[in-house]
Design a binder for this molecule. Structure first.
Ligand code: SF4
Length: 391
């Protein structure tokens, strides 16, 4: 097995011994019971606490908290302004490939869907990224289906090296990798990894992940820790909203986040809220998650963790995203296309899902400014990274 070279970081996190136990023990049904049994008194206690426990988070996610949504929004806004200022970070995804070896019941890229498959060459991928660069983006997220045969660590290293001096931050949302492969990508210039558990309900996880490596719940759950151990600056987690009960998923997310924070205290974390969108295939969301529900989830997590980055993508409608500015979210995607090659070729088909906000970066920036906030396209400099690692 490849030995990970040392990083010049005193804070490099050590491997823990029993960390998987942290996740395996809280059963989804037990978490669900905690959420459902919360009372109005529990909610009021959570709203007046500075440091929230998981029990407080359960209260804020509960049906009992619904009448307190306005108070939660106000508190969430105060915390967000204090911690992040009047800023909204912006990024855009670059879809590299829609090949996938997994069958996930809900996804347009699922291996059993008969769509036109495409994996961009390195030149094509660089061209796509540079289109975004010309549009003003300094932070891009490289996204792909999960097919190592189409897109492996060598490919990712090569594209990272091409892009690292052109962008302030290059993040990835691709198949889960080993710690050693993440470390190679970190050295090549990747600064952040996003990997969503989709659902923290083990039984449901098996039902919707029908075939492929993704069926391994634990390997996926352990992925954020492997990426953090490899030195990544930022780790993104999340649950796909529309599969399991959103209140319980929110509590499981908080549990996961809390453990990651305590273990990898020098790593930054983000939470995304991908709400299911129409996609190829006949899958319908298993549970309805309204905009009001989504807002409660966002506010609850902000009150629970004052420093976590909260991401709302173009899955959501422009109206909703504009209304949430300053209330909790800290980062938006903009001008997104979810088909490989879609920026250079507007006829590119086989998108992963259809987006809800079709505005350009300039249009999104204009709205952010009109609301008194600063759009931030660059919150990191690759120079910081090169000073931290031995290449
Ligand atoms: S959700 Fe991810 S792993 Fe599943 S089919 Fe879609 S791209 Fe593949």
């Amino acid at each position: 097995m490849q030995v990970l070279p040392p990083l010049k970081r005193d804070s490099y996190p050590q491997i823990l011994h029993s960390w998987t136990d942290m996740y395996k023990s809280p059963d989804f049904n037990q978490l669900s019971t905690k959420v459902k049994s919360a009372t109005v008194a529990d909610v009021e206690h959570a709203l007046t606490s500075d440091r929230l426990s998981l029990a407080d988070l359960a209260a804020l996610l509960s049906p009992a908290a619904d009448p307190y949504l306005q108070q939660m929004a106000t508190r969430s806004s105060e915390i967000t302004l204090a911690r992040f200022g009047k800023t909204t970070q912006l990024y855009a995804p670059v879809y590299l490939s829609n090949y996938c070896t997994n069958i996930c019941a809900y996804c347009g890229f699922s291996a059993d869907n008969h769509i036109k498959r495409k994996c961009l060459t390195l030149d094509e991928a660089e061209r796509e990224a540079l289109i975004l660069h010309e549009r003003g983006f300094q932070h891009i997220l490289l996204v792909s289906g999960e097919a190592e045969s189409a897109l492996d660590v060598t490919y990712m290293e090569a594209i990272a090296k091409r892009l690292r001096n052109k962008f302030a931050a290059v993040s990835i949302e691709i198949q889960p990798m080993s710690r050693e492969h993440y470390h190679r990508l970190f050295l090549a210039g990747i600064t952040a990894v996003a990997v969503y558990q989709e659902t923290y309900n083990r039984a449901l996880y098996k039902e919707v992940h029908l075939s492929g490596k993704k069926r391994d719940y634990d390997y996926r759950l352990e992925t954020p820790a492997r990426a953090a151990q490899a030195g990544m600056r930022e780790i993104g987690i999340g649950a796909l909203l529309g599969l399991g009960d959103w209140r319980t998923e929110g509590l499981a997310l908080g549990n996961h986040l809390q453990w990651l924070r305590k273990t990898f205290w020098s790593t930054a974390f983000t939470v995304s809220f991908p709400r299911m969108r129409p996609a190829t295939g006949s899958f319908e969301p298993l549970v309805n998650v309204s905009e009001r529900n989504l807002s409660q989830l966002i506010f609850a997590l902000r009150l629970f963790d004052h420093d976590v980055g909260l991401i709302v993508s173009t899955r959501e409608e422009a109206r909703y995203r504009d209304g949430m500015l300053g209330l909790g979210p800290t980062r938006y995607s903009a001008g997104s296309c979810t088909a490989p090659g879609g920026y250079g070729d507007s006829d590119a088909d086989a998108e992963q899902f259809s987006v809800g906000d079709h505005r350009s970066l300039d249009d999104v920036c204009s709205i952010i400014r009109a609301k008194g906030f600063d759009p931030v396209c660059k919150d990191w400099d690759s120079e910081f990274q090169s000073s931290q690692v031995t290449d």
